[in-house]
Design a binder for this molecule. Structure first.
Ligand SMILES: CC(C)(COP(=O)(O)OP(=O)(O)OC[C@H]1O[C@@H](n2cnc3c(N)ncnc32)[C@H](O)[C@@H]1OP(=O)(O)O)[C@@H](O)C(=O)NCCC(=O)NCCS
Length: 401
């Protein structure tokens, strides 16, 4: 079956996590993603390496469904080869530091001149404009500056990072939306354009509700709220049986009267049903600490999955805390192909996160991440018709690898 992005070609100059998240999604959706790497390869190939000679899981989990081509863009003839590829591309995407692509000779003006239809997609830490634009960026630095750390943690403790890659993966996903919009606009105009996504801009977007609180009267200095749901629906994390590292469940009491009453009955607190102090969602919200002391006491007698069954049975939204081990083995995620097995040369099989975007007419098949330069010859022959002799000569001169 044809895939959604079949026929679109991506020249992928991305590295680390933010850019590769975007291009892996494009690969899942059927685009021909050609990862153009320096002779040393994407730095993550060797980071946190667990098997000698094998690319790290850091790399393989972010670079499935791509081809790898090695071109030394610091050499003049490397730039020529890359320009030839650019003529055949729809999208050029990069997440270098500010000015790096320009220094390599590929300013927007040059890119646009070489191929006016190409979309130039750039992920930056803080964008190419503004007072912070020269700062290099990694996830946690952006979480600090994006306000995410400031709102995470307990009121009496320090700011805390999230280990969800909100700035990296978040900018990759936002970039995918930007690229798809630019492709749609190109349908009408015939022209490519620049798309820029800054990690900080994305990170700030994830704390919109906290920025809401900041502007509410009486909330001039909102405190970190630990595991409180922080919204209009009272919710908190409670400990349960048998008391292990991840034996917790997040429970919302729900603003629905029938759910609240059913919860009271389960906890043998029928007295609360008629108690005027707990009559309205607002009153229950204000008394949430008192309520959750009782809920936690009740929850201790059950495992997180037993509680999930009880709570979902009465319509109370809840979520057991799943460990990474449990996630990789989870039957629901497996059935939905959100956790998939991928066969990788040298390494053998590993588990990856599949495509979270499920299209009815664009099936996803997750394929192994490429070895460094695995497709250099294939791509340069297939797209540019370079003869064997030219490939041998370029390889000998260390222009390609
Ligand atoms: C992540 C980051 C801090 C890393 O910085 P860095 O490794 O010092 O520098 P850059 O990414 O800008 O550039 C990498 C170098 O490889 C070179 N390079 C990249 N591809 C190349 C190729 N195919 N051939 C030759 N050289 C290449 C670049 O020219 C550059 O060399 P230079 O330092 O001599 O200019 C920086 O890329 C950044 O801030 N990116 C934007 C935000 C981001 O995505 N952060 C990571 C989130 S996961």
């Amino acid at each position: 079956m044809e895939k959604a992005l079949a026929g679109y070609r991506v020249l992928d100059l991305t590295h680390v996590q933010s850019g590769p998240t975007c291009t892996q999604l494009m690969g899942f959706l059927g685009a021909d993603v050609i990862k153009v790497e320096p002779p040393s390869g994407d730095v993550t190939r060797g980071q946190l390496r667990d098997i000698p000679e094998a690319d790290s899981l850091y790399f393989t989990m972010l670079n499935c469904n791509k081809r790898s081509v090695v071109i030394d863009l610091k050499q003049e003839r490397g730039k020529e080869v890359f320009s030839d590829l650019l003529r055949k591309a729809d999208i050029l995407i990069e997440n270098f530091g500010k000015g790096t692509l320009d220094r390599l000779g590929f300013t927007w003006e040059t890119v646009h001149k070489i191929n006016p239809r190409v979309i130039l997609a750039s992920i930056k830490g803080y964008g190419s404009t503004g007072p912070y634009s020269d700062f290099p960026a990694y996830e946690m630095a952006v979480q600090a500056m994006g306000g995410n750390m400031g709102v995470t943690g307990f009121a009496d403790g320090p700011p805390i990072v999230s280990h969800a890659a909100i700035a990296d993966a978040g900018s990759g996903v936002n970039m995918l939306a930007g690229i798809l919009a630019a492709l749609l606009q190109r349908e009408r105009t015939g022209k490519g354009q620049r798309v820029e996504v800054a990690m900080m801009d994305v990170a700030v977007g994830w704390i919109r509700t906290k920025l809401r609180d900041q502007q509410r009267p009486g909330f001039e200095e909102p405190k970190r709220t630990g595991n409180d749901s922080g919204g209009g629906q009272p919710g908190y994390l409670v400990k349960c049986k048998p008391g292990g590292l991840n034996d917790y469940i997040f429970i919302y009491t729900s603003n629905r009267r029938d759910v609240w009453e059913a919860l009271c009955r389960h906890m043998a607190r029928e007295d609360w049903i008629a108690d005027p102090k707990f009559a309205t969602p607002k009153q229950r919200y204000e008394r949430r600490e008192e309520i959750f002391v009782v809920i936690e006491e009740w929850a201790k007698a059950y495992t997180k999955w037993e509680l999930m069954e009880i709570l979902s049975g009465i319509g109370a939204p809840a979520g057991p805390v799943l460990s990474t081990k449990e996630i990789l083995e989870d039957k629901h995620l497996r059935q939905r192909q959100t956790i998939v097995d991928v066969k990788q040369p040298i390494r053998g099989s590993f588990k990856n996160v599949g495509c979270p975007i499920k299209l009815s007419d664009s099936p996803v098949e997750v394929t192994s991440a490429p070895a460094l330069g695995q497709h250099t010859n294939e791509v340069l022959q297939e797209l540019l018709g370079y003869p064997d002799a030219k490939l041998t000569e370029l390889r000998g001169a260390k222009i390609i690898g």
